[in-house]
Write a protein that binds this ligand. Sequence first.
Ligand code: NAP
Ligand code: HSE
Length: 436
Amino acid sequence: MSEVANLGLGLVGCGTVGTGVVRILQSSPDLLTRQAGKRLTLRRIVVRDPGKVRDTDLSAWPVSTDLTSIISDPDIHAVIHLVGGIEPARSGIISLLQAGKDVITANKALLYSHGEELFSLAKSLGRTICFEAAVAGGIPIISAVNTALTANEIVSIEGILNGTSNFILSRMLDRRQTYEEVLQEAQARGYAEADPAMDVDGTDAAQKLVILTRLAFGTSVSLDSIVRQGIQHIELLDLIVAAELGYRIKLLAASRLSQGGLEVSVQPTLVRADRSVALTSGAANFVAIEGNAVGVLKLSGAGAGQLPTASAVLADVVDYATGRAALTFAAMLRMQDRTPIALQPQEELTRRQYLRFTVADQPHVLADIADILGRNGISISSVRQDETEDRGDDTGVARLVIMTHRTTEGRLRAADAEIAELRSLRGPRIRMPISD
Ligand code: NAP
Ligand code: HSE
């Protein structure tokens, strides 16, 4: 290849994803140079603890805790910022933008909470922020929405946006492992957030969905305004019962136009076992996106992990080097000026439901629950209770699974409030929508 210019890069954060970035830079320099039209030259690395033993050799670069070493290096044009959480990531990125550096980040928590602030600062400074890796790891969904689907009105986005929870749900069923065992394995594999509660309580998937909703529908929503539920109370029993009924349980994130409004939810959901989303297992993510012209596109692949996420980060770096990123970022900001779409009231969300109760094995318990559902206008589609031990007293516990016909979130909430008062309850109440 003839002589090419250098593009100087800084790296802040060299954990799971940062290490992947270093590995790809080391293993594929010629490919990246051809794609970028420039030699990608990593000049400095900043971490929290330079003394930490790492599984990749960083001796080729100055490694420090000092962000100003990057800020004051005039040969660094763009900074790959791979630190999680809000602070000091937010202030670090602000300092970098103010110093004239463009930024590539994978931090969805930060973009969820401060994306508008950072984007507007970047715009005012003539800088670019790239964030493909922030949603669905290695799957190019940001690029699909921001470039490939620009001739479409987006109708819906639905999918699995958290690798850790999908890994947990898949492994629990396939290997009959406990929730705690599988969560530890997901952490060891580098899928989970520093605080894995965000993976399992639906926060991480919801933050990603909010970012996609902003891009696809020009509408900002807060986590509090959407129906959000995690997987932490799901037991192996639920996964097995769902499988026996022909379903898989997936933490489904969905944002769709409905009756002129926007329905946004993140919930463990029973999906028919033969659907593509149900077949997405392990740490994989899945996104089905519907455009009014293109129809439904389905993308699936690694949603977390070192190299898949680094692949998305370096795609951003290449886009930055070629100048594509600046054009896309400017177009994305123009699209943010659309009139927002009102959220559908949560109470009006209408779906079939899976309800599971752990109750005293006593007379009239099933009748009480059926009565409450009936009085709230909820029609039962099936009831299942496995045979319990005949103890001759009232100390036994029964697990009751009820599938309902389509009903509204409002009716369910009202019924649930009444059921919560029953003295026969012996464990948490589980409820999940069914997506046939
Ligand atoms: P990680 O393994 O915990 O690494 C974080 C890195 O940030 C570490 O190298 C740490 O330094 C460094 N760091 C922390 N505080 C710092 C500070 N004050 N100044 C400088 N460096 C600091 O995290 P990760 O999994 O790579 O995730 C990075 C980002 O990517 C997060 O926003 C995450 O949500 C996102 N993401 C992760 C994945 C994934 O699969 N892991 C996928 C998509 C997006 P030390 O190494 O010295 O501790
Ligand atoms: N913790 C996240 C997940 C990483 O499990 O999906 C990818 O964003």
